[in-house]
Write a new protein. Sequence first.
Length: 342
Amino acid sequence: MGRAPCCDKANVKKGPWSPEEDSKLKDYIERFGTGGNWIALPQKVGLKRCGKSCRLRWLNYLRPNIKHGGFSDEEDRIIINLFITIGSRWSIIAAQLPGRTDNDIKNYWNTKLKKKLMGLIPNSHHRKQPVPRPPQPRTSSLPPPPMLFPSSYEIQSYQQQQHQLPLLSTYSPPLSKGWNFSYLNNNYLFTTDNSASASATTTTTTTSSSATTTVSSILSSGYEPLPVKDQDILDFGSDPGSCSNLDQQHQQPQATTMIKQEEGELQGQRDNNGQMMDAGFDFDQGIGIGHWAEKMNDCFGIDCDYLSSSGSGRSGMNWMMDHYAGGGNQLGVDQEKGLYYF
DNA sequence: AATTCGACCAACCGCGACCGA
DNA sequence: ATCGGTCGCGGTTGGTCGAAT
């Protein structure tokens, strides 16, 4: 049995409100109130509208002291911080911003603020799922998948033991998952789809040991280059000075977002200009991890220098890598830059 | 000048929560 | 405790407008 309709949809007007309708509704509510019953209101007012539509029109547009557009930096900051803390609870967020409606904030977030936060990544560069991910069954001809990020997370020793690979800034060894390989060459990550991985395996092994991989040889092996923008990288560091992913000219972090660890306590978030934006986050406590984990699904890789070292914050980061960043299926590592691609 | 595309935003829809009978 | 009506929320849709081609 379906849900009973809130009104007779055949006899209600839909679409944009006319000034006359606005005037009728506004005048009535200002004189008599809503009466606590939106469903009955349209008939009292003399409008051929659904009660829900009246409610929405009043709350989002007609009621006094409504502000539209022109969000201030302070409002931006509040929205971002609250979104990080509580997610898309627009009504709660709106309650903190006098004159703003949940709908307005939601629209503002979806059309502008989200892009601003994500570092103004052009659509062509913003890949929801930039790299093919498991589960794809490996073929028997492929080598067994390496155990990436074992409990100790000894990345470098693992690389050296398993591959005896040189670590070059322009080349990322195939720390991959058996069904796919990746290379970092300048600003491109090369990857294949699953169908090409079998034939690519030989090439990968050969070229990786020689460390003479060229763009053309990779392309001829069926690899598709994907441009990697700095903004695609989630950057976990301590401050701009120690951030390995810097704009060399301005010495500012170029990552989409940067998470700061401050004496193991409160973590802050920097916007793309390096401005600190307060955000409750604690790696070791897991606070806020869900939010950043979601971000990891949106970005292309992460930059986390202290992942391969000891210190506070590491366990939480490891946990996040295990649970969200492909579950240990990282595609590759640029050891010199400290970039882990997944 | 015409067309296409994307950004923006008002409005709609459906679902869960809430409340009173 | 149950049920039906209503409210409120968040996701989605669709129209409009300006910029780009």
